[in-house]
Design a binder for this molecule. Structure first.
Ligand code: ATP
Length: 225
């Protein structure tokens, strides 16, 4: 069953006439990694803003577990249902890896022993206790992105959105981060949606889609599935 569905979604920015997204239909399921490729200006960021609840879908419908995202409490939706991973990591650079996770957990209202849960989360993506105590700027790009992944899943969202998550990383580290994202889908049964230009990443997802001229079309399934 799908966790997130887009039905006939169109989008035009206020004050403009060009339709940036045109009649988008897609159903995302838990346990899969989706890749969305498209040229610069194809509408990828616009699509992610709608999916993540940063912007409201006014034409067509986006539903999360059957509920219309446009009419639900979007602060709650963003704080609890969706996790986001950014190309530039967007971590608090003056804070340690552990503090980044603890803060995210406090903001999203997590209860219990936040420190030990944060350390567990970091360990689950390969960040050791020693690394967790370092300021994030003293971590490599790949290590910072692991912290970014831990933060994105710190409130246990069903859907994890990654915007060019490996864009700043070398090929070997791209593989490591992709493996972490695949683990989230295949072992933790999250729905992982990756927007990417990287062909290597695109070749490693379970379902690949292309965004072209505002239209989303299916490209392929991963044979390994
Ligand atoms: N706030 C805005 N107001 C008006 N038009 C916008 C706005 N933001 C984006 N656009 C236009 O919408 C289209 C899609 O932009 P979007 O940022 O979604 O593309 P993208 O595929 O993410 O591009 P890139 O890969 O370069 O980040 C572009 O033509 C862009 O100029």
């Amino acid at each position: 069953m799908s966790v997130l569905e887009l039905n006939d979604v169109c989008y035009t920015y206020a004050g403009t006439t060009k339709q940036v997204l045109r009649n988008i239909h897609i159903a995302f399921e838990n346990g899969k990694v989706y890749g969305i490729m498209g040229k610069s200006g194809a509408g990828k960021s616009t699509l992610l803003s709608l999916i993540s609840g940063l912007d409201i879908c006014r034409e067509g419908r986006i539903t999360f577990q059957g509920q219309d995202v446009a009419t639900c409490n979007r602060d709650d939706y963003r704080a609890r249902k969706i996790g986001v991973i950014f190309q530039g990591y967007n971590l608090l650079t003056n804070a340690t890896a552990l503090e980044n996770i603890e803060l995210a957990m406090q903001i999203s209202g997590c209860k219990g022993n936040i420190k030990s849960r944060a350390l567990e989360l970091l360990a689950s993506v390969g960040v050791t206790k020693e690394m967790a105590k370092r300021k994030v700027l003293k971590l490599s790009g790949g290590e910072q992105q692991r912290v970014g992944i831990a933060r994105a899943i710190s409130h246990d969202p069903d859907v994890v959105i990654a915007d060019e998550p490996t864009g700043n990383l070398d090929h070997e580290t791209q593989d490591v981060i992709m493996n972490e994202l695949k683990k989230l889908a295949h072992e933790q049964k999250k729905c992982v949606i990756i927007v990417t230009h990287a062909r290597k990443v695109a070749s490693d997802v379970d379902e690949l889609w292309g965004l072209n001229g505002g239209k989303l079309s299916f490209i392929k399934h991963q044979n390994k599935m």
